[in-house]
Design a protein around this ligand. Structure first.
Ligand SMILES: [Fe+2]
Length: 460
């Protein structure tokens, strides 16, 4: 079938999915757009002290990545608090990749400190740690009570938390807009998290001054994370296909694609396509950096209410099982697959796999990323989108597949095993992925270009 695919919001919202309801399952007919409160603008970090004063905050816990202590953003934040007479304690023991232990450590410091408010300054790790510290010090419980099932009990947060102001210093995670906190569960070598809309920060401070020192390799990986958030939330299962919850408290933060999240996702893709190449090529390009921060927050608002799916679910074992890879441009002394890289390496294979479930959406996403989709057949939607994603991967100097970060075919069963418990996100794929499908997707992600197979899963 040949169809023109214009990209505008009205088209995007009406993009159809095939009916796909399981027998006997009562599905939801409701979605909720939990608002994220963000403030955007150069220099707005200096206003934080006034915000805390206006909230009548007494004691405040400031969480900070230890690498930031010597950077200007740390002084700007602390000066702002001092000027308003805010009584604060600096906690700079945040782990770059938080674990269950580091979350619990921050939570116990928060509980002992009897704080009224929290400020998180850093990347997703710092903001996520602050969310956990706020949660467990406000509503104490066994650590696994709130952790996503099946690893934890997946219980909802019972009521709102204390104020948390998030100051991102990277442009990727969107954590300042979401109610999700991700950590490594060390015992099981698995990444999982805690997710509830009450975990959303009270205010996100989007200030391009705070990404001035971001190295290009970090900007590339975090920028591709933005691309993934927007793409996955736009192609996620529609909210109407998700099981009906027992009440609003139990409706997940990740609800599936919905008409409001779609708007944010498509706009984030367009911003990303325009500004990521510029931000990567020239770190002094203030306009590009500011727009990438905006794209990250906009994508965060979208996926924070819709969710992500297979590329993120598959990324957790890819990041967790790495043995020796150390990325160029990252100041680390241990093996690491940066989050955005671990996600994007799975994306071309996934979009080829998921396109048959909602080809129009895949084409609209490709068009938002700058691909020429006029007259393209829906049969080619997955390929066109995969090629467009690969274009950005190559521009951002990503490795050509999992084999370039140390994985071989022998690792695939373990990678599949590590993906299966991530069903909080993988179940939002527009097309269900079995163990056999996941095996195929990891096989296809070993080497991404040039493409050597048909990309057609034999489990079809
Ligand atoms: Fe992500």
């Amino acid at each position: 079938m040949q169809i023109p695919v214009p990209v505008d919001f009205a088209e995007a919202n009406s993009a159809g999915y095939p009916a796909k309801k399981e027998d006997g399952m009562e599905t939801d007919s409701v979605f909720q757009m939990a608002a994220s409160n963000i403030r955007f603008g150069t220099g707005c970090t200096a206003e934080i002290g006034m915000d805390l004063r206006d909230m009548s905050a007494g004691r405040t816990m400031v969480l900070m990545d230890p690498n930031l202590r010597s950077l200007p953003v740390a002084e700007v934040v602390m000066d702002s608090l001092r000027q308003q007479g805010i009584d604060f304690v600096l906690f700079d023991e945040v782990s770059v990749e938080p674990t269950d232990a580091s979350f619990q450590h921050a939570a116990s410091v928060a509980a002992d400190g009897n704080f009224d408010a929290f400020v998180a300054v850093g990347g997703g790790s710092t903001i996520d740690t602050a969310k956990a510290a706020n949660l467990y010090s406000t509503w104490p419980a066994d650590f696994f009570h709130y952790v996503n099932a099946p690893i934890g009990d997946g219980q909802p947060v019972p009521a709102p938390l204390k104020p948390l102001i998030a100051v991102p210093t990277t442009a990727g995670t969107g954590s300042e807009t979401t109610g999700v906190a991700i950590f490594d569960y060390v015992e099981k070598q698995a990444k999982t998290g805690i997710a509830h809309r009450y975990m959303k920060p009270t205010l996100g401070i989007i200030d391009a001054e705070n990404t001035k020192t971001l190295p290009p390799a970090v900007a590339a990986s975090s920028g591709l994370d933005v691309l993934s958030h927007a793409l996955e939330s736009y192609t996620a299962m529609p909210y109407l296909d998700r099981p009906k919850p027992e009440g609003p408290l139990h409706r997940p933060a990740y609800q599936g694609s919905n008409p409001v999240s779609d708007i944010w996702a498509l706009h984030a893709l367009k911003l990303m396509a325009e500004f990521l190449p510029r931000a990567f090529a020239d770190t002094s390009d203030d306009e590009a950096r500011a727009n990438m921060m905006l794209a990250a927050a906009i994508a965060g608002i979208g996926f924070g209410n819709a969710g992500v799916h297979l590329p993120h679910g598959m990324s957790y074992p890819v990041a967790g099982m790495v043995e020796s890879f150390q990325p160029k441009g990252f100041d680390v002394d241990h093996p690491l697959v940066p989050h955005g890289m671990s996600v994007i390496l799975n994306t071309p294979a996934v979009v080829r796999f998921t396109a048959p479930a909602c080809p129009e959406r895949h084409l609209q996403a490709a068009a938002a990323l700058g691909a020429d989709t006029y007259g393209v057949s829906t049969d080619d939607a997955g390929e066109v989108l995969a090629e467009r994603v690969i274009y950005f991967m190559q521009l951002m100097q990503m490795p050509n597949g999992l084999e370039h970060i140390g994985y071989t075919a022998e690792n695939i069963p373990a990678l599949v095993e590590g993906t299966l418990p991530q069903h909080r996100v993988t179940k939002l794929a527009p097309r269900p992925a079995t163990e056999k499908d996941l095996t195929f997707l990891f096989q296809q992600s070993m080497k991404i270009w040039p493409k050597t197979s048909t990309g057609v899963c034999d489990a079809l």
